[in-house]
Ligand binder design. Structure first.
Ligand SMILES: Nc1ncnc2c1ncn2[C@@H]1O[C@H](COP(=O)(O)OP(=O)(O)O)[C@@H](O)[C@H]1O
Ligand SMILES: [Mg+2]
Length: 244
């Protein structure tokens, strides 16, 4: 099998030493695909994304990017390796304008300049119209698009998104998810956490279900859509222990 865009193997990680939240979690994301992580609240989905992004210490296991070990790299080094992380909340500066947010993201990426800003805005017409507005005045959907636009400033190959559609109206949620899907046409790999399970399964290529910090089930998203195992894991009625 060729190297995956991202491969996490046997990840044990947590916020406090000796109190692991994730136990032996593995995940693979193929280049140019959308992989979704679902599971009940507190399953460890955000922790997994953060562990991959270098924001939560990994005590066991490895994270590899196209076969290169990046386990435990500091978050600011992740960008150099082509990884961008879009947190679920606090992912934009509300008191700055849209243009200032994007300029900041481009500066951080070491590629500021009017050309770069214009090219970034070209991809987000709704934001271009509002480039002088305070980010805090945007709609929820537009704020999420701004966060994605900021992530794109580093020209990432892998984007980690934590519940990009949380709190959005269904139409805005669909737009954000479809935008993520469309990014894969340029070869970008998307790994996202979603609570809108059916919407996410319709859009993703592959799905991992986590519960209680462990892998439960994974498979092609299409196959899991409508599979009763999904609801069973959500309701806690059934759990499959890895290896059990
Ligand atoms: N900053 C933190 N410090 C300590 N424990 C945390 C922190 N964030 C989350 N947790 C704990 O980690 C577990 C998994 O949380 P999380 O990864 O946020 O779950 P999910 O995203 O699946 O809802 C929960 O028990 C939660 O209380
Ligand atoms: Mg979460």
């Amino acid at each position: 099998m060729p190297d995956a865009a991202l491969e996490a193997v046997g990840i044990t990680a947590g916020y406090v030493p000796d109190l692991p939240i994730l136990l032996d979690v593995s995940l693979r994301a193929e280049a140019g695909s959308v992989t979704v992580i679902i599971g009940p609240n507190g399953a460890g989905k955000s922790t997994l994304i953060k562990a991959i992004a270098g924001l939560v210490p990994v005590s066991r296991g490895t994270v590899a990017l196209r076969g290169q070990d990046i386990t435990g790299l500091r978050p600011h080094h992740m960008a150099r390796h082509g990884i961008a992380y879009v947190p679920q909340t606090d992912n934009i500066f509300r008191s700055l304008t849209v243009g200032q947010n994007l300029d900041l993201a481009l500066r951080r990426a070491g590629s500021a300049g009017p050309d770069r800003l214009a090219r970034l805005l070209d991809r987000f017409p709704a934001l271009a119209d509002k480039r002088g507005d305070k980010a805090g005045a945007l709609s929820g959907g537009q704020r999420q698009f701004l966060a994605v636009a900021m992530a794109l400033a580093t020209a990432p190959q892998l984007i980690l998104m934590d519940e990009p559609s949380a709190g959005l109206a269904p139409k805005a949620a669909q737009e954000v998810l479809e935008f993520a899907r469309d990014l894969t046409e340029q070869g970008v790999t998307i790994l996202l956490v979603e609570q809108n399970v059916n919407q996410a399964l319709r859009l993703a290529d592959h799905c991992y279900i986590l519960a209680e910090g462990r892998n439960q089930v994974d498979g092609p998203a299409e196959a899991l859509l409508g599979d009763p195992i999904v609801a069973e894991i959500y309701l806690g009625g059934k759990r499959l222990r890895a290896g059990a």
